[in-house]
Design a protein around this ligand. Structure first.
Ligand SMILES: *[C@@H]1O[C@H](CO)[C@@H](O)[C@H](O)[C@H]1NC(C)=O
Ligand SMILES: *[C@@H]1O[C@H](CO)[C@@H](O)[C@H](O)[C@H]1NC(C)=O
Ligand SMILES: *[C@@H]1O[C@H](CO)[C@@H](O)[C@H](O)[C@H]1NC(C)=O
Ligand SMILES: *[C@@H]1O[C@H](CO)[C@@H](O)[C@H](O)[C@H]1NC(C)=O
Ligand SMILES: [Fe+2]
Length: 465
């Protein structure tokens, strides 16, 4: 009988515990994933690594990459470098590799950085393309010709499906290489890249040869599908001690963006319309205060150029996150958040993607827009109009993982983990998109965090639990 009573007490205790756990989950506690990769050093791949190999042939075009050449992908800008001599600026293109019946003439540029001189950097925009069509293109006439291909995105339409890869802070380590390999295996159609490309500035004199190696490394993806570029702090290359005082010099010479087509006046902030998505790229390292060019442009963009009936999905890219519960880069995005958050909530932005912090985090739909210095309302609050904030700065660069989260996990934070990886955002139609994060340690196909997002304009349901 004694035993029986003890057993009943134990059962009651277990029930109470279960109830407590349930209540806790019901209150929406976020997850800090305990998964720990072995914290190996992240080292850059050596200069003689296979991925850095210069393509064979005299003056062969190298570092080939493409990005949209207009707002919707009826133009594509092809960039490449020739090392030995200028060579040809021409790109021939057409619907089969044997029938490159059209030609576009590009231009070239070069730059010096301290005692480094770049190769000949070519940019050529192919125009008059048809949406959702495969094209072959070739360059390097006069000497070594190389041929590639891409498929233009579908014409902007409310239910046009599209799969984006989401990558940030990639760098050129062995981990970077597995991030890229996993993304390739998961098969997106274009990459939204949230900044910090090569990390060349980690080398003495910002060794710009590491800009070249990075571009050779990622060519296997970005020569075949457009990557949408965001400028990060590692693109600044501002080094007055070296006499280099023009910010973004290597980045702007190498990576064009279609900013003019978006009514912007600088390459660092602009927008594109891909399938059913309107993607706005913001610049964390250009002025955004009231009356500045970026502020003026964004105000106009949201007021007059976003059309949720045509492109239901409104996605914003930036480098420095507004919602980041990692002690690494803590609150660095705060000034921009204070400036722009209300606009994004009013515009019912679906997702905000950022990098900078070398780990992974996904937020619930929260906003912090009530505070006015005197009312004390400074705590982020659940808001169904607010975006989901995703920090995807976990590409695997040389600076290593950011493994120090704030405790306790704030209410806005749904999931966070200090591992390298990439994500995909698969838009199905105007109401549904599937978001998934893949940690590198599990191979390409395993999903470590995933959520169905419902569109803020067409189906603003509670989708963040
Ligand atoms: C990088 O990844 C690719 C694809 O998995 C592989 O072929 C290549 O050998 C890797 N290179 C290095 C240096 O790890
Ligand atoms: C640039 O200067 C560094 C340091 O003096 C030197 O090691 C390097 O070889 C120089 N590079 C060129 C291209 O002259
Ligand atoms: C984590 O960050 C906090 C706040 O910056 C710092 O006080 C602490 O020492 C850090 N912990 C580790 C293990 O680095
Ligand atoms: C939109 O996609 C979701 C997810 O695939 C699906 O459940 C839903 O039925 C689709 N809506 C329409 C109108 O087809
Ligand atoms: Fe960064």
């Amino acid at each position: 009988m004694g035993m029986l009573r003890w057993g009943a007490h134990l059962l009651l205790l277990l029930l109470l515990l279960a109830a407590a756990t349930w209540t806790c989950a019901g209150a929406g506690a976020g997850v800090t994933s305990e998964y720990r990769r072995k914290l190996e050093a992240t080292v850059d791949m050596p200069l003689d690594a296979d991925v850095f190999r210069v393509p064979p042939g005299y003056n062969a075009p190298q570092q080939v990459h493409i990005t949209l050449g207009d707002q919707t992908g009826t133009a594509m800008t092809v960039s490449w470098v020739t090392a030995n001599e200028l060579g040809s600026n021409t790109v021939r293109y057409g619907s089969s590799p044997e029938k490159l019946d059209r030609a576009a003439e590009g231009s070239h540029t070069r730059y010096d950085y301290f005692n480094y001189t770049s190769g000949f950097i070519h940019h050529c925009t192919l125009t008059g393309l048809t949406h959702a069509t495969k094209y072959y293109y070739a360059m390097g006439f006069d000497h070594t010709v190389r041929t590639f291909s891409f498929t233009t995105p579908p014409k902007p339409a409310p239910d046009a499906p599209f799969k984006f890869g989401l990558i940030g802070d990639l760098g050129q380590t062995f981990d970077s290489n597995s991030t890229l390999a996993h993304y390739e295996a998961n098969g997106g159609d274009a990459v939204l890249f949230v900044g910090d490309l090569s990390y060349a500035d980690n080398y003495p004199l910002h060794d710009n040869n590491r800009w070249d190696t990075w571009a050779r490394f990622v060519e296997r993806s970005v020569a075949y599908q457009p990557w949408i570029w965001t400028a990060g702090n590692h693109e600044l290359d501002y080094a007055p001690e070296l006499g280099e005082t023009v910010p973004f010099k290597p980045f702007t010479h190498r990576y064009p963006t279609p900013y003019r087509a978006a009514g912007s006046t600088e390459p660092f902030w602009y927008s594109v319309k891909i399938a059913s998505a309107h993607v706005i790229v913001l610049a964390s390292y250009s002025a955004y205060g009231k009356y500045t060019p970026q502020w003026t442009w964004l105000q106009e963009e949201l007021a007059t150029r976003v059309d949720r009936k045509l492109t239901p999905w409104l996605i914003v890219l930036m480098h420095s996150p507004w919602y980041n519960s990692n002690n690494y880069h803590y609150m660095e995005g705060e000034t921009m958040r204070v400036q722009f958050e209300r606009w994004l909530v009013d515009a019912k932005v679906d997702v905000v993607l950022a990098g900078h912090v070398h780990s992974y985090e996904r937020s619930r739909r929260f906003a912090n827009i009530e505070y006015n210095i005197v009312n004390g309302k400074a705590t982020p609050a659940a808001n169904v109009d607010a975006p989901v904030y995703i920090t995807i700065g976990d590409g695997g660069n040389i600076e290593g993982i950011a493994n120090n989260f704030t405790v306790p996990q704030p209410a806005y934070s749904a999931f966070r983990e200090a591992s390298f990886g990439h994500a995909t955002l698969e838009i199905k139609n105007r109401t549904h998109a599937h978001y998934a994060w893949h940690r590198n340690h599990d191979g390409a196909k395993a999903v470590a965090d995933a959520v169905w997002l419902t569109n803020r304009y067409w189906m603003p349901t509670n989708d963040d639990v």
